[in-house]
Design a protein. Structure first.
Length: 252
């Protein structure tokens, strides 16, 4: 792992009136890693994401040390869609691509690009489907596919598996691992699925308005950070076969 961070957060604080939402947060996200942010409801996780995206006034500093193109992909926790709106996946892609200042050339080029992104996320068969008929897992994969345009160096994901069942969550995790490894995408992800995160992530930060601890999954599992924030104790069960990390306890 490179010692130089790709994202560097220093002394970040956010207040709403007099109430602290985030208090003096400092952490680093290293290139080529999947860095997960854990925390209970109200911990300030989404506020931190909004700060990273430039949409939240704050004190302190956020610096991106890009190596390649200065592109950030973003996947929200949910997308509110009017079920009566007749918009297909291909229409959604066309709209999202037009919103970004990236030359695509002809409609044929744009269609080829869309299909490449859908193929990366295993959703090419959904191209003609109505967005309103997608399952939670299908929708999250479509949102991930559109976030991959135009070739982000960083992906920021806000609770991307909150509406996905366990099997879908494991498949989504495999997809994120492939994007990190094969496409050299750095991923910063908010999640509340403790066991899944500790099996999947390279680095983990535990947040509860302030930074409780950052480290490897093994370091977090051996500390009292999870118990301190969530009131949970580790369970002596085996990690997911073949893909879990040695020495990492799992959590309910």
């Amino acid at each position: 792992m490179s010692t130089a961070p790709l994202i560097e957060i220093r002394d970040l604080s956010v207040r709403r009136g007099r109430a602290p939402i985030l208090d003096d947060i400092s952490l680093e996200v290293h290139p080529g890693t999947l860095h997960a942010l854990l925390g209970p409801n109200g911990a300030g996780k989404t506020t931190l994401v909004q700060s990273l995206l430039g949409g939240m006034p704050h004190r302190g500093s956020i610096r991106y040390h890009f190596r390649k193109q200065q592109n950030i992909g973003y996947v929200p926790q949910r997308l509110e869609l009017d079920p009566t709106l007749p918009i297909r996946v291909q229409d959604f892609f066309r709209l999202m691509m037009q919103r970004r200042a990236v030359p695509l050339g002809s409609s044929a080029v744009a269609r080829t690009q869309m299909r490449r992104l859908l193929a990366l996320t295993g959703t090419e068969h959904l191209e003609g489907r109505s967005m309103a008929t997608l399952s939670g897992g299908e929708l999250q994969r479509i949102l991930l596919a559109q976030a991959l345009h135009p070739d982000p160096e960083v992906l920021i994901l806000d609770e991307p598996t909150s509406s996905i069942d366990e099997s879908g969550r494991q498949a989504y995790g495999d997809l994120l691992s492939r994007l990190r490894d094969a496409h050299q995408v750095t991923i910063f992800m908010v999640s509340h699925h403790l066991r899944w995160v500790l099996e999947l992530a390279d680095e983990v930060s535990v947040l509860d308005r302030r930074l409780i601890q950052s480290g490897s999954p093994a370091e977090i599992a051996k500390s009292n950070a999870i118990e301190q924030v969530f009131g949970l104790a580790p369970q002596p069960t085996a990690s997911r076969g073949g893909s879990g990390r040695a020495g990492v306890s799992t959590w309910i």
